[in-house]
Design a protein around this ligand. Structure first.
Ligand code: IPD
Length: 264
């Protein structure tokens, strides 16, 4: 396992998406301040697909802020964002520059004031992910990955774990919002299998995006989840790949198969 190094971020010379990346960083930091402040305040909470699938006024506020700022600066760009999709917007990934946004990943944590929440901004062109920016709002950790330019957390280079032995691994997963008997049975049986295989531990932190950042940082060895959405995964995928990790989809989910995206 290669630990977090001390290399400085490589200069982005010749990068056609440099300006977009820099704007994404500024917006993630700005959104993060709003989320951090709102964490301990009263919230307007609603449910979406299930009683455990929560959304707040802050999710909407932050998503609207990010999209309106980006639209002003990059009028021809397209958007795929969690709350817009929940309100019926289609998730269509074309060759156009497209921003893939989760305004608050870990909304359930946010509602409960559990301080593991992030804003996630991914960017794809020609259906290829170019960069990802994720900001852990309470720990003030900025995770970034740019295709071919490495992955960083607050300027420190990230390297994913190289552990392949499950009995020496720390594994991350998330429950997702479904609570039907079949989903719960699958979730619990997978936990049981991992523990029978003597994994060092299994962690559920309530934010898939931040779990994936831990993976990129080598702070865990593997992550799995059923039913991830593209906005949970887009930014983190670039960060993990640039940290030397691997992202695979056993159900053939891919940026190139938008018909498989779950948008409700
Ligand atoms: C959710 C969280 C949760 C995961 C869900 C995600 P949200 O995102 O990351 O940990 O289990 O699958 O949808 O709703 O908080 O943005």
């Amino acid at each position: 396992m290669k630990p977090c190094g001390k290399d400085e971020a490589a200069p982005a010379a010749g990068d056609p998406w440099k300006e977009c990346f820099e704007v994404a960083v500024q917006l993630a930091l700005r959104a993060g301040q709003i989320i951090k402040k709102a964490l301990t305040e009263d919230k307007d909470v609603s449910t979406k697909t299930s009683a455990a699938d929560l959304v707040t006024d802050t999710d909407h506020l932050v998503e609207n802020l990010i999209i309106s700022e980006l639209r002003t600066q990059f009028p021809s760009h397209r958007f795929i964002a969690e709350e817009s999709a929940a309100s019926g917007s289609k998730c269509v990934l074309t060759a156009h520059p497209t921003w893939i946004i989760d305004p608050i990943d870990g909304t359930c944590n946010f509602v409960h004031r559990f301080p593991t929440v992030a804003v996630s901004i991914g960017f794809a062109v020609n259906q290829e992910l170019e960069f990802g920016v994720i900001y852990h709002c309470t720990e003030e950790r900025l995770y970034t990955g740019q295709r071919g330019r490495g992955a960083f957390c607050n300027g420190q280079r990230l390297w994913a774990s190289r552990e392949t032995d499950l009995s020496k691994a720390l594994v991350l997963t998330e429950i997702g919002p479904k609570r039907d008997p079949a989903t719960l049975k699958l979730f619990l049986s997978n936990m049981e299998r991992l523990l029978h295989a003597k994994a060092h531990g299994v962690r559920v932190i309530g934010s898939s995006t931040l779990a994936l950042c831990h993976l990129a940082a080598g702070a865990a060895d593997a992550y799995y989840q059923f039913g991830l959405h593209c906005w949970d995964l887009a930014a983190a995928t670039v960060i993990i790949r640039e940290a030397g990790g691997i992202v695979i989809d056993t159900s053939e989910w891919s940026l190139r198969a938008p018909e498989r995206w779950q948008c409700s």
